[in-house]
Design a protein around this ligand. Sequence first.
Ligand code: DSN
Length: 431
Amino acid sequence: MQADIEIFKLIEEEYQRQQQGLELIASENFTSTQVMRAMGNVMTNKYAEGYPGKRYYGGCEVVDKSEQLAIDRANQIFGTSFVNVQPHSGAQANAALMLAILKPGDRILGLDLSMGGHLTHGSPVNFSGKLYDAHFYGVKKEDGLIDYEAMEQKAMEGKPALIICGASAYSRDWDYARIRSIADACGAFVLCDMSHPAGLIAKGLLNSPFEHCHFVTSTTHKTLRGPRGGIILMKNDFENPMGIKGPKGETRMMSDLINLAVFPGTQGGPLEHVIAAKAVAFHEILQDEFLVYCQQVISNAKSMAHAFGERGYEMVSGGTDNHLLLIDLRNKGISGKKAENTLVKADITINKNMVPFDDKSPFVTSGIRVGVAALTTRGLKNQDMENVVDWIDRILKDTDNESEIQQVKSEINQFMQSFPLYPDWKINSKH
Ligand code: DSN
């Protein structure tokens, strides 16, 4: 068979792009070489519909062991009693969880997308807004913090079946105990989608949702620094209060309903190579080095907030508790779209983002979201955040100055050579 030169050339190009630029997309990270090795191997060949010990295919005895390792390690990290490691992504995890606990038309209450929420928390263009009756809470105009009073009022009036917390662009921690008490008062379940700060939660650096939220979902590739994928967790399993029975009339536990909602409910064969890579990432998260990494993430984010503040940038909520910042560019007279498109010319990757009470469309936006998880993996420290913000500021101060853009790009490319991404990287069409 002829080697596929085109794709392997593109993989090499993508490696060079990642190596030489400043990666500030808050949902991205650089996974380890052993995680990548676990993702590209013979396990991709295996069909394993079902769960360890209960598969619909023969020959699953090896992948049973690796999937069980992933499950056991995730439970160890989070102190949980149940985890499903099969969701292909965070969106799949949320779809399966909602399928397990809701009926079409049931009411859900999530953080508005334009205030930092996620598509799968009820957006009208997503399954969650099409299948369920989605309502939203937001953040307060005066301080950009979650408006728990409005959440409570909406919950008590609307009696949702599910309250969703967690966000894609919220830089502060959450009061899970308060959300649970609101849910208990209106008879709702609570789902925390911890995708963004999951790594920081894993190492105890942010409030834990597990005591208070019935269900927790996450991606595995953001601050958890694993392969692209999703997981669903519960601290305590419990009998489903919806009265759903099994084939012999037995009461179903929530864990059964969730497993059934992942497979066969929303997915077919699990990606056992990716599950093996999740297990590797979980092994890394259990090490002390990962705590040092997460501490540096938070510290870098605070240094970055300080540097932006010194240069007159306004941050939603005034700063950060986690790995990201949401910057409102309205006082700088530049849109998020223009900022994103200009910064990328200098090899700085961020994303445009709506800010609360935005007057621009989601295609233009008034803000940008920046995160430090990926740069921290590269080895950048507090003093480097000052340089990073300085480069961003030099570009945003004069977005039409092409020679300054090229100058910044060359400084960045030079600087990033000191932080090799994968020093022994080697890929070509023969591999
Ligand atoms: N797209 C991811 C993010 O950037 O936050 C969430 O799905």
